[in-house]
Design a protein around this ligand. Structure first.
Ligand SMILES: Nc1ncnc2c1ncn2[C@@H]1O[C@H](COP(=O)(O)OP(=O)(O)O)[C@@H](O)[C@H]1O
Ligand SMILES: [Mg+2]
Length: 467
């Protein structure tokens, strides 16, 4: 089709013809009424037509340019605004359109930012969030949800994913069917997941075409419940451990007041046992206090102390006990200092406890070896903080520990069955104190043992960098 610039000729002619139609009709009336000569009339109509062709061309051209521009804006294309010279109002219109366009752009950026921010907030929430449509298809989930329930949550049906938790799927269905606005429930998922979870199910409304959906948020209660259980166990265990010697002391008091009142020999014997039980209670309470103090300490140790001196002190502390059983503590004497960053009384307590155990769980006339080894092997979490570490091993030739017990030895109050029955009178707190202290010092404890051959408790500690 033939075009002049943007304007098709045919279209221009049609519009000019349309505009000329009015005056042409008037002229025809004049011609019919013989008020005008037919030739003059037709010439006038022709002149008018040409005039309109010429006059209308720029305004149609400008309007088309503006039209194209608005179309481009609507399609979000960024093009240069057209130069419209002909009609002033069209220029003003272009200005307004431009302003509109900039404010749209700004709104769009704001909207995009808000969406991105919301996405991040939802994504990093510690609780698992899952959004469902009305057919219970998962339309969105955050990273906690994917972490808990697997990475392929999207596009799947909620009831299918959670088919092994019927309480949850039933509740979600009830909310979806409008039987309830929202439901809170707690459930334990068994199997691989094995977690205690509190879920909140709510219906939400939106202006989207399906009018909203269901939001399921889930809070992991596993750790909390575990802690509550541990605290309850702890109180029960501690009370039990205190009750046993106390019951024995009270029993002897009763005997001394009653049947054995005048019996001097019985007095001496019973008082000795009472003293022993009293000391056991004292040790237990001291251990409990140490443990709670260590657990409560939030600061990291800062003093540089000499490990060689600490080991010598721990050996001295236990010497009397070793002598009683005729046990030799063979300690590889170290000439140089071994600097560690430590709370000195606490690290002394670590080696006191380990040497004491070695003596306690060895037969008479045995030997205990305390050896040291420097190593360049640095635990991953200590990279950059230390260049070398020291491993102190306390090895005994005692009865050894069954493999089943090894992973649980550092739990509070944990004792092997024979230790429980023996009269060594331990609290079962010694190794858990050791573990807590070592945690505070970026160290660790390794235990190896062979039944009938003995056990080795190895303490790993980073060596301080001193200049
Ligand atoms: N050197 C060792 N040889 C054999 N068993 C040990 C040794 N050290 C610890 N155990 C076992 O580990 C348990 C926990 O030790 P610990 O926490 O020090 O408590 P306890 O107060 O009983 O000594 C002990 O009851 C004992 O069964
Ligand atoms: Mg002990």
């Amino acid at each position: 089709m033939f075009k002049i610039g943007r304007v098709s000729l045919l279209r221009l002619m049609r519009i000019a013809a349309f505009v000329t139609l009015g005056p042409a009709c008037v002229l025809f009336v004049f011609i019919i009424l013989n008020k005008m000569d037919i030739n003059d009339g037709l010439s006038a109509i022709f002149v008018l037509y040409i005039f309109f062709l010429v006059f209308l061309y720029p305004s149609i051209d400008n309007t088309l340019a503006l039209n194209n521009y608005v179309k481009a804006l609507a399609q979000n294309k960024h093009i240069k605004p057209p130069e419209l010279g002909f009609i002033n109002t069209v220029e003003e219109l272009t200005d307004s359109l431009n302003t509109l366009r900039y404010s749209w752009d700004e709104k769009q950026v704001q909207l995009q930012n808000a969406v991105a921010e919301n996405k991040i907030i939802v994504e990093i929430l510690p609780d698992a969030l899952i959004m469902l449509d009305n057919d219970l298809n998962i339309i969105r989930s955050n990273s906690s949800a994917r972490h808990l329930f697997g990475h392929r949550l999207g596009e799947r049906n909620f009831e299918e994913v959670f088919s092994n938790i019927p309480n949850l799927t039933r509740a979600v269905r009830q909310v979806a069917e409008g039987l309830q606005e929202g439901i809170d429930l707690e459930f334990s998922s068994k199997g691989t997941l094995n977690r205690d979870i509190r879920a909140q199910i709510k219906r939400y409304m939106s202006t989207s075409k399906d009018g909203g959906g269901i939001l399921v948020s889930m809070h992991d209660l596993t750790e909390l419940k575990q802690m509550r259980r541990m605290r309850a166990d702890f109180v029960a265990n501690a009370s039990h451990e205190i009750k046993t010697p106390l019951a024995s002391i009270l029993g002897f008091i009763e005997t001394l007041q009653g049947p054995a009142k005048g019996d001097i020999q019985a007095h001496e014997k019973f008082l000795a046992i009472m003293e022993q039980q009293g000391n056991r209670m004292k040790r237990l309470i001291n251990d409990l206090l140490s443990l709670s103090r260590i657990e409560a300490s939030t600061t990291v140790p800062t003093d540089v102390v000499d490990l060689a001196a600490i080991l010598a002190e721990a050996k001295r502390n236990n010497q009397w006990m070793a002598d009683e059983k005729n046990i030799d503590i063979l300690y590889t004497e170290i000439k140089e200092e071994i600097p560690i960053i430590a709370d000195r009384p606490q690290i002394t307590q670590v080696f006191n406890n380990l040497i004491e155990n070695a003596i306690k769980y060895s037969d008479k006339k045995s030997q205990i070896f305390v050896t040291l080894k420097r190593t360049k092997e640095i635990l991953p979490e200590l990279k950059g903080r230390a260049e070398e570490a020291i491993i102190v091993s306390v090895k005994d030739l005692g009865k050894g520990i069954d493999k089943n017990h090894l992973p649980r030895l550092t739990e509070r109050f944990y004792r092997t069955d024979d230790a429980r029955q023996s009269t060594t009178g331990g609290s079962g707190l010694g190794l858990s104190i050791v573990k807590h202290i070592l945690n505070r010092h970026h160290g660790k404890l390794d235990i190896t043992s062979e039944l009938g051959e003995g056990s080795t408790f190895s303490v790993y500690l980073p060596i301080a960098i001193v200049d």
